[in-house]
Design a protein around this ligand. Structure first.
Ligand code: UT7
Length: 320
């Protein structure tokens, strides 16, 4: 049988840190409220001119180094992002050029908001299992600060920038046990950034707008239900999962999801305090952190899962 395995991880965070104290000088908010309602203490923000492709490139370099492979052996590059450098070319093609890879069997971007990495991982897994490619660089990256309204205290306290990457490779040993991705467009209005250029004019609101409570409810419901559905499909028990690496939106979402799954918080990888919500980057960033600090080890059973605008949600169960 042909399977796909994560052979390495990598990530990148911009240098600049935006603390809750600094946000107090920008909008009517305070550190206590932010920590109590979200668990977030600080987030990273790109330098002027630093783009999604720059962060993606750094995360990719770290993953390639850790895999010990030559970049030229990468067959395919997928970048999950809502903040691509440009309309065309894709961020994936820009990353390919930066990495000096001559030709791939496909380099393209995917957009599923904060669920983007789960969509990209699932896509890469399908391509590998089909036999079309052997080695895929899967990146989740967002310069979400570009579309955050820093006069809206309901959203600006939540988000940060970053990138995470994995190298997924064909194997005769099981790595990815199963993936499940979902979407329901009828919830599209609860989280939007509808600004776009149309015939040379900017139309719509170029900033994120969110019904926070509706998003919160959707997130906890979808994250717990997809985990249960996938575990049943794959034939593993939730109790056997060693680590859950969820989308990092709000520590209260993580706590409620853990409770609904009957999992202790000690099994949940949480980076939300120091990264905030980095959209498509949050799952691979948290995964890389936990791999590098030694919590996630080879052979562990891990659940990756995400939820985001669309609304979209998805999960993957992996024997790491
Ligand atoms: O990837 C998905 C992305 N989004 C999310 O995951 C967001 C999910 N939702 C959430 O995390 C929470 O709904 C928020 C953190 C956004 C908001 O927390 P909440 O507990 O739902 O607060 P709320 O919107 O019900 O607001 C409660 C109060 C309001 O004041 P009043 O009307 O009670 O006087 C807000 O105006 O808190 C006020 N408030 C703030 N106060 C200080 C809202 N934002 C802030 C703020 N600082 N930043």
């Amino acid at each position: 049988m042909r399977y796909s395995r994560i052979i390495s991880t990598g990530s990148y965070l911009p240098e600049r840190i935006l603390t809750n104290k600094e946000l107090e000088t920008i909008v009517e908010t305070n550190d206590e409220w932010i920590v109590e309602r979200t668990g977030i203490k600080e987030r990273h923000i790109v330098a002027s001119g630093e783009k999604t492709s720059d962060m993606s490139y750094q995360a990719a370099l770290a993953a390639i180094k850790s895999a010990g492979i030559d970049a030229s052996t990468i067959d395919m590059i997928l970048v999950a992002t809502s903040t691509a450098d440009s309309v065309v070319p894709s961020t994936a093609c820009i990353v390919q050029e930066k990495l000096g890879i001559k030709t791939t069997k496909g380099s393209f971007d995917l957009q599923a908001a904060c669920t983007g990495f789960m969509y990209a991982l699932t896509t890469a897994d399908c391509y590998i299992k089909s036999g079309m490619v052997d080695t895929v660089l899967v990146i989740g990256a967002d310069t979400i600060s570009r579309i955050v309204d820093y006069t809206d205290r309901g959203t600006c306290i939540l988000f940060g920038d970053g990138a995470g990457a994995v190298i997924l490779q064909a194997s005769d040993r099981q790595g990815i046990l199963g993936c499940d991705i979902r979407a329901d467009g009828s919830y599209r209005s609860i989280l939007t950034c509808d600004g776009h250029v149309y015939n040379g004019k900017v139309e719509g609101n170029p900033y994120l707008q969110m019904d926070g409570q509706a998003v919160f409810k959707f997130a906890v419901k979808s994250l717990s239900s997809i985990a249960k559905t996938l575990a049943e499909k794959v034939g593993v028990s939730i109790a056997d999962i060693d680590w859950v690496v969820p989308h990092q939106a709000n520590v209260r979402i993580l706590e409620t999801t853990a409770k609904m799954l009957g999992i202790g918080m000690e099994k949940m990888i949480s980076t939300v305090a120091l990264h905030g919500n980095t959209s498509a980057a949050s799952v691979p960033l948290a995964l890389d952190l936990a791999v590098r600090d030694g919590r996630i080890k080879r052979g562990d059973l891990i659940l990756l899962e995400g939820v985001g605008a669309g609304f979209t949600w998805g999960a993957s169960l992996i024997r790491f």
